[in-house]
Each structure stands twice: as C-alpha cells, then as structure tokens.
Design a protein around this ligand. Structure first.
Ligand SMILES: *Cc1c(COP(=O)(O)O)cnc(C)c1O
Length: 394
C-alpha cells in the first residue's frame, strides 16, 4: 500500500467506527461494567477496551491506530495533550537517574529546556551533538549512554540528519533512538522503518493542519512500546475525544495538503534563493541546506517550513520586512493552512557548534494561499528590508 492510500485506510477498523466513515466522538469518563467480575477483568488488561476515560475511547484509539498504520513496523501509538508532552514522556520512558542522553544541538527549544531542567534535576546528563555527526556519534558513547534524541530537519536551521547511520550505531550498543519527526510526518519519512525506536509528532502542526488543536503523539517499535505505554499511563496523559476527532479529520487530508505546501514552499524558496538580500535558503530540498544529499536519499518529499538567512541587515530591518507582510501572520507554531513569518535567533541555543556569522534569520511557514501572492508579499518585504538598511547607513 502506498502512503496516500494508507492515509485513507489507516485506523478505520469497524470496532472504532461502528460502520460510520468517521468514528463518532465518544465522550466519557466513567464506563459501566455489568458485574464486579467484569470490572476486575478489565483492569488487568490495558488493551481490554473501555475501562476509564483516561485510557481513551474508540475515538482516540482510531487516531492512535491510524498513526501506527502510517509507520510500518511500529507496535503502537500513544497520544498527548501537546507535542512537548509527547517528547518529555518518550524521554522519561527510556531514561533513569545516572543515564546519559545524547541530544541534537538543533533541537526544538523546549526540548533543550526539558533536558537542562527536569532531566538534570533527576540525575540524567545531556550531551549536545552536532546534527551532521552521522555514524561518528559512536565516538560519544559511554557506558552510561542510554538514549539518542534526533530532530531532522532541525528546528530553525533545518540540518538533515543521517538517521539510519545514527540508529545503526545506537542499535549495536543497545541505545534507544527517539526522533522528532514533526517536519516530515510519516508521509515523507516513515521513521520506524529507518531504524528509529520512538518517533514523535507535534500533531498540532501538520496532522491537525488547521491551527485549532494542541496534540502530540509517540509511535514506538516493539522494543520500546510497552515502556512508553506504561510511562504515559503513569503520568496520566490523555487527549479529549473532540480533539482526537479533529486530528483524525486533519490526517485524512494530510496528503493533499502536504503536496500543496511542498509545491508552494519550493517555488518560494527558489525565488528567494535568487534575491540579492538572501544569503542562504535553509530548505532541505535546496543544495545550500546542510544534509541536502541525505534528504534526497531518505525523504519522499518536503513540507512547507524553512528559513532564510539574510545576506546583511539587522533586527530592525528584519522587523520591517515581517511587520508589513499582508499574507503572513506573525505567530508561533506552523503546519496550518495559513502562512506565517517569524524572526528566529538560533545562536544562543547552540552549545555543540557555533551558529552565526551571517545576517538575521526568518522562518517561513508556507500555507495554502496562492504562491504568486506570497511571492509578491515577500518582494515588497525585501524592499522594506533594504529601505531600513539604507536608513541605518545614512
Ligand atoms: C511545535 C513543535 C513541537 C511542540 O509541539 P506543541 O504541540 O506545540 O507542544 C515539537 N517539535 C517541533 C519540531 C515543533 O515545531
């Protein structure tokens, strides 16, 4: 089955849908049992079906099942109230006091904050590594290395990691690998098949796709799923059936949305690449992006999020560019149908490598508007950028 077909078919078991195309929203806290014996039998088996609202209803199970179905080789999926909750819970499921974690230097900022905060206080040491390290990661292994966290492409700067090489090195030493796969989703990069043990999505982004639900997911290979399930239940995570319904509805159109995001983002990225104000376009499908050849080898396509590094200018010029945009909102998150622009400053977040030297960075989320309108908007923005630079120098 091709990924597009899988998106339509995944998770639509009759036991979840009752024969309706989309599973209904089952709202519940209490489930009622016929007898005490039934109640006791249900509590023993975490997969027994309806038990208590925190364990979900067919609405959440259909979504979890669908996400598992997108990852050939996966054992199951757990759902979380946000992408960050998925990341922190997946890390807690594989780490104990005294362990060492290898964390990619280009990780999403709240992921770093969790490592430097709660994980540190519980006695887990984090070492940050160069996103381009590849199989050389083995040089960083110690007797206490228990897990490697990857994010590919990286947040803000879009380095594409050699996931298969890192996972192969980890497997040889029994080290767990976790990947933040939010940019590609399993549609463009089925991570479990590439050797990852736990793959994480901020469903808030492309899965939901409409900027109206917070949600995360973690999908695990058989080696890690039971630990992940136990930790998730232990921490009491659950998502509402209404949100699960919306995420499932978003998932069904992921394929067509992603094609549109990809096509517009590529057109805009190539146009920006030819502008004198732009030094580098950090988009995995463009040659200047670190890891571009790995993206070509491993990914089935690209999504709609990338950054540009300006050739000159300062924060005031960047602000002038962004503030006047008509079709790009100014805000966090991405993956919805609307375009967004954000000033980003990766330098203070880097500890393994230095980042910097160039002009200011802007991250663009390309939505489903017509690309020609977005290019005209950005062209006017580049004029404002140059006008602001000229004001400073006169
Ligand atoms: C947004 C984001 C997250 C966190 O998702 P939330 O649902 O906002 O908590 C995690 N990883 C990446 C790469 C993200 O962009």
């Amino acid at each position: 089955m091709k990924p597009g077909t899988r998106l339509v078919a995944a998770g639509r078991r009759k036991q979840w849908t009752q024969g309706i195309v989309n599973p209904p929203v089952w709202r519940a806290s209490t489930m009622l049992f016929d007898t005490v014996a039934d109640l006791r039998a249900s509590s023993k088996d975490p997969n027994a079906g309806l038990y208590y609202g925190r364990r979900g209803t067919p609405t959440q199970w259909a979504l979890a099942d669908a996400l598992t179905g997108m990852e050939p080789g996966a054992a199951g999926t757990m759902l979380y109230p946000s992408g960050v909750a998925a990341i922190t819970t997946a890390l807690l499921s594989v780490l104990s006091p005294g362990d060492e974690l290898l964390m990619v230097d280009s990780a999403y900022e709240p992921t770093r904050n969790f490592c430097n905060g709660l994980l540190r206080t519980m006695g887990v040491t984090t070492t940050y590594y160069d996103p381009m390290i590849g199989g050389g990661i083995a040089d960083l292994f110690t007797d206490h290395t228990r897990a490697i966290f990857l994010e590919s492409p990286g947040s803000l700067t879009f380095e594409v990691q050699d996931v298969p090489a890192i996972c192969a090195a980890a497997k040889a030493r029994g080290i767990a690998t976790l990947l933040d796969n939010t940019w590609a989703t399993p549609l463009l990069f089925p991570a479990i098949g590439h050797g990852v043990d736990i793959t994480i999505l901020a469903c808030t982004k492309y899965i939901v796709g409409h900027s109206d639900v917070m949600m995360g997911s973690a999908t695990a290979a058989p080696t890690c799923f039971e630990k992940l399930r136990r930790t998730t239940h232990g921490l009491g995570h659950c998502v509402s059936p209404d949100d699960a319904y919306l995420a499932l509805r978003g998932l069904r159109t992921l394929g067509v949305r992603m094609k549109a995001h990809q096509e517009s983002a590529l057109a805009i990225a190539h146009w920006l690449d030819a502008q004198p104000q732009v030094a580098r376009v950090l988009h995995p499908a463009l040659a200047a992006c670190p890891g571009h050849a790995i993206w070509q080898r491993d990914f089935a396509g690209s999504s709609g999020l990338f950054s540009i590094e300006m050739a000159y200018g300062d924060d005031a010029a960047r602000t002038a560019l962004i503030d006047g945009l008509q079709h790009f909102g100014i805000g966090f998150s991405w993956g919805g149908y609307e375009s967004l622009a954000l000033p980003v400053d990766p330098a203070p977040l880097r500890t393994a490598n230095r980042w910097g030297g160039g002009g200011p960075l802007i991250r663009l989320q390309i939505g489903l508007e017509d690309a020609a309108d977005l290019i005209a908007d950005l062209a006017a923005g580049l004029c404002r950028f140059d006008a602001a630079v000229a004001r400073v120098s006169t």
